[in-house]
Write a protein that binds this ligand. Structure first.
Ligand SMILES: NC(=O)c1ccc[n+]([C@@H]2O[C@H](COP(=O)([O-])OP(=O)(O)OC[C@H]3O[C@@H](n4cnc5c(N)ncnc54)[C@H](O)[C@@H]3O)[C@@H](O)[C@H]2O)c1
Length: 343
């Protein structure tokens, strides 16, 4: 099997996972990495032995790539994605597809014009717990879903220390879109109405001009209502970088998921930790876990022609919900999500 030549744009915290995936998997040859940061480029060259570039266009023109992945900050996915698309190269874009509907629509329009396939990395769909819920909801014994709750919260280090760009994102874009995507996938239908409230002030007082927390009530076409809570202000002392819960009441069952406690506990002098070993780890020279599987599936779908599990339709639907959540928080009103026939 010929290895697919892959280039990665963005070698920060999450882009590093792309580098690990493509440098250890049999389907790929990690050929090149593009990042604006010269220190990161030097580090990546030393660790992975790849060519690095400051310009996406130059990387694509020099490297004869079969695929590009984009792991730039939430609000800067569009330009690298458009570079790849305009060179006719398929792209995997980190979630969220974009932080505005306008950017999302531009990516989709160019992908259509250049007939290029675009996947979106909504990796929670690959979590074995999510797959179990998806399969359970599809079983007629479960009955129709009536009400759901999902939370996903990050520690405060994420907006204050990990990123310089949290002012240009929000817990809605960074975390909420994961939830909106997963719930759409569970429900198999779209959101029609959104009402949301939010809290701002604590992070602003620390210099990050972004929401602390958002609570959204989503009404789906099947009549099921969901409450979704997202914040990025959990204390640093929390046993993991994030917390997450799901509860679904159906006609005949109650389904619950604890995404925080995965069964492994580590104690040391400083901290009690509950790491998520099903997400990402290295074993036998391979990067394994559900966090890497969307990257491997992207290459597999390119080779086989199968549809992506999460594509630009999923990307834009999550973004419509995110925009509606922000609008509802700002106006205090319920927002109806309109869909054009072509969307
Ligand atoms: N950190 C996480 O836990 C996590 C988890 C899942 C998904 N993601 C997603 O991955 C994406 C990247 O997040 P991150 O945590 O790696 O951020 P990060 O800030 O650590 O890294 C972003 C990198 O992109 C580079 N960059 C910015 N604009 C660029 C451009 N035009 N061309 C080339 N390089 C550019 C920056 O120099 C930086 O190194 C985000 O969309 C995020 O939502 C992050």
């Amino acid at each position: 099997m010929d290895r697919q030549r892959v280039g990665v744009v963005g070698a920060g915290i999450y882009g590093y996972n792309h580098l690990k995936a493509f440098s250890t998997c049999e389907e790929a040859e990690l050929c090149a990495v593009c990042d604006l940061n010269p220190e990161l480029r030097a580090k990546v060259e030393a660790e992975f032995g790849v060519h690095t570039y400051e310009s996406v266009d130059e990387m694509i023109e020099q490297e004869h790539l079969d695929a590009v992945t984009v792991a730039t900050p939430d609000c800067y996915h569009k330009d690298p994605a458009l570079s790849a698309i305009r060179h006719g190269i398929p792209v995997l874009i980190e979630k969220p597809l974009a932080t505005t509907l306008q950017d999302a629509r531009e990516i989709i329009a160019e992908a259509k014009k250049y007939n290029v396939r675009v996947a979106v990395d909504y990796h929670k769909r690959w979590d074995p717990a999510s797959i179990a819920i998806k399969n359970r909801l599809a079983d007629p014994k479960c009955g129709a879903p009536i009400r759901g709750y999902m939370s996903m919260d990050d520690i405060i280090d994420v907006p204050t220390k990990w990123f310089k760009w949290s002012n240009n994102s929000s817990p809605v874009h960074f975390l909420g879109t994961h939830c909106y995507d997963l719930i759409r996938w569970y429900m198999g239908c779209e959101v029609t109405q959104v009402y949301a409230v939010g809290h701002k002030g604590y992070l602003s007082s620390l210099g990050a001009d972004t929401l602390d927390s958002a609570t959204a009530i989503l009404t789906f076409e099947n009549g099921c209502t969901w409450t979704v809570e997202n914040s990025w202000i959990l204390p640093d002392g929390f046993s993991k970088n994030n917390d997450g819960r799901t509860q679904i009441i159906t006609e005949h069952e109650l389904l619950r998921v604890d995404s925080q406690y995965r069964g492994v506990e580590i104690y040391n002098e400083q901290k009690y930790g509950t790491p998520n070993y099903v997400f990402m780890q290295e074993f036998n020279g391979r990067a394994i876990g559900f966090g890497y599987n969307p990257m491997y599936d992207f290459l597999r779908c390119l080779r086989t022609g199968e549809p992506f599990l999460a594509d630009t339709t999923d990307g834009i639907e999550a973004e419509k919900i995110a925009e509606a959540v922000h609008e509802s928080i700002e106006t205090g009103k319920t927002v109806t999500i309109e869909r054009e026939k072509s969307e």
